[in-house]
Design a protein around this ligand. Structure first.
Ligand code: GLN
Length: 540
């Protein structure tokens, strides 16, 4: 028997309507009423997880504390709710089939033909309940990836149908997100795509309880009536979701539309505690009315697709708000910087961040950007590959080891500043085999990172195969690049920072994965603060 109440979020008409943001916003409102809430995402693709997907294809891969490589929507869930997620929060068709096929090989279904119904749908339903089984949550929101009508999402929709039937409509509701487009030539909002999408969902056995309609323009009462009548939902269960200038404004829009009230009413949960959104409103006010602005260059090789660096961009919003400063990101293709003539791209930046990544493309450009930041005293933040490039740059241009490299890019280098980790040497499988998830890091007292964290022992999330080579550490430290954070057990270098520079920090982990609205990440906060203060110095 289910312990929690369940809300399923499906989408229709088109993808990219922002189901993840709607699910996060609803969760935020329910959490602000005192309920414990989590969100899980079920993705219909056949990869076991997005870990091996190209970021151009699927955006950033988000890593959880327990080392799961997951969909970027989990980042939104954590940023909105300030509650960590885990492997159980992201399940793909691939994982479902993998589990079923493994069980089949183990003989769990001996004598039976293994089929989509009931074996796959049962496995999906078992996974719907993984977080429920922890007994920690009053409400679990499950986002179903993709669009209603897609062949590949059929087993998920069927599992939702069965789940609702089994657990009762006061325990399980379905929220359907659609698009109400504005047709310029007709001068009106059109309801037909939503009608078709709900019809499709009904053909698959599900009548949505609540309809959320993305729209550029306000939806009049007449159109709401029409949507309600033809989509077969209550009039006050038609919720308008207007475009917002910031995703963080969406919970407030949903509150005005009383989405949380409708949901609680349908789930027979108490409505007596209103959502306490004061701190959230203050955060949104700071985003909308910054006192200052700075420009930070984000140097990476996937910059054409901003989703590839989603968590970094969001971390800048959080850190900007707390500094009452808008961080404008200049997206800089690292490949371009390989050509010295393009260095002008870095000219008017107040700070430079070199992004994570894999493989050789764009490496020399990243190294050049770092040299520029180091020599011109521009605040610099290197994340994962960015930290590795900073180490190579320092070895080449300060220690004079011209052929220094990471063995990822040059396996034959005489100076392997960044080397493959011992534990990675004999691996043959690519998926899920990096150094993943949360590890401890001991900070050195009196350093910039110590000042930022106000703590000497921290936990951060990782996703990499290569590491700083400790053979070179002494030479680095002699020349002013110190190790300010180290793993207490393995002694792996986790943070390097440059002395005699306003702010130059490289981290082997991914701080961007832990920045939330309630807890902006201390390193991003400290970096933006340094950027702001350097920018002010320049103006003086
Ligand atoms: N490619 C590097 C490694 O595997 C860096 C990875 C990253 O930036 N996430 O170590």
């Amino acid at each position: 028997m289910a312990f929690s109440k369940h809300i399923f979020v499906t989408g229709g008409v088109t993808s990219s309507l922002g189901k993840g943001i709607i699910a996060s916003s609803l969760a935020k409102l329910l959490q602000s009423r005192g309920f414990s809430v989590t969100i899980q995402k079920f993705d219909p693709y056949i990869n076991i997880d997005p870990g091996t997907l190209n970021p151009y294809e699927h955006g950033e891969c988000y890593v959880t504390d327990d080392g799961a490589e997951t969909d970027l929507d989990l980042g939104h869930y954590e940023r909105f709710l300030n509650v960590p997620t885990s492997q159980a929060n992201n399940v793909t068709t691939g994982r479902i089939y993998y589990n079923v096929i493994t069980k089949e090989r183990e003989g769990a279904y001996l004598g039976k033909t293994v089929q989509v119904i009931p074996h796959i749908t049962n496995e999906i339903k078992r996974n719907f309940l993984l977080l429920d089984d922890t007994g920690k949550y009053d409400i679990i929101i499950t986002e179903i990836g993709g669009c209603v009508g897609d062949i590949e999402s059929l087993p998920f929709i069927e599992a939702v149908r069965q789940f609702k039937w089994e657990h009762g409509s006061e325990n399980v509701i379905v929220v359907h997100l659609t698009l109400v487009p504005y047709l310029k030539s007709a001068g009106e909002l059109k309801t037909k795509p939503s009608q078709h999408s709900v019809k499709q969902l009904s053909e698959e056995g599900i009548q949505p309880d609540i309809l959320i309609c993305r729209s550029e323009l306000a939806i009049s009462s007449d159109i709401r009536k029409k949507l309600a009548l033809f989509c077969n939902v209550d009039f006050d269960s038609v919720i308008e979701a207007l475009d917002s200038d910031t995703i963080y404004g969406v919970p407030l829009l949903m509150q005005e539309e009383k989405l949380d009230e409708r949901v609680l009413h349908k789930l027979r949960l108490p409505l007596d505690r209103p959502a306490e959104m004061t701190a959230w409103k203050e955060f949104v006010r700071k985003i909308r009315r910054p006192k200052e602005e700075v420009k930070i260059g984000l140097v990476g090789k996937y910059v054409e697709l901003h989703d590839a660096y989603k968590s970094i961009a969001e971390s800048f919003i959080h850190a900007g708000a707390i500094n009452e400063c808008k961080v404008n990101i200049a997206w800089i293709q690292s490949e371009k910087l390989a050509d010295e003539q393009n260095l002008y791209l870095l000219q008017d930046l107040n700070g430079i961040l070199v992004a994570p990544g894999f493989g050789e493309r764009g490496i020399e450009g990243k190294i050049r950007a770092i040299q520029y930041a180091r020599e011109n005293q521009i605040p610099f933040f290197g994340i994962c590959l960015g930290m590795q490039c900073a180490s190579v740059e320092f070895a080449r241009n300060v220690l004079g080891l011209k052929e220094a490299a990471s063995v990822e890019m040059n396996p034959q280098t005489p100076y392997p500043i960044i080397d493959i980790m011992e534990s990675q040497k004999n691996l043959t499988l690519m998926g899920g085999t990096m150094r993943l998830g949360s590890y401890a890091c001991q900070l050195k007292a009196g350093t910039k990172v110590h000042a930022a964290y106000q703590n000497l022992l921290i936990q951060e999330r990782h996703r990499h195969r290569y590491e700083f080579n400790n053979q070179f550490l002494e030479d680095f430290e002699k020349m002013g690049m110190i190790c300010s954070g180290i793993n207490p057990e393995s002694k792996l270098v986790e943070i390097i920072e440059l002395q005699n520079h306003p702010w130059f920090v490289g981290v082997q982990f991914h701080p961007e994965l832990k920045s939330t609205v309630a807890n902006p990440h201390p390193l991003f906060v400290s970096f933006v603060k340094a950027v702001l203060s350097e920018a002010k110095n320049l103006k003086r």
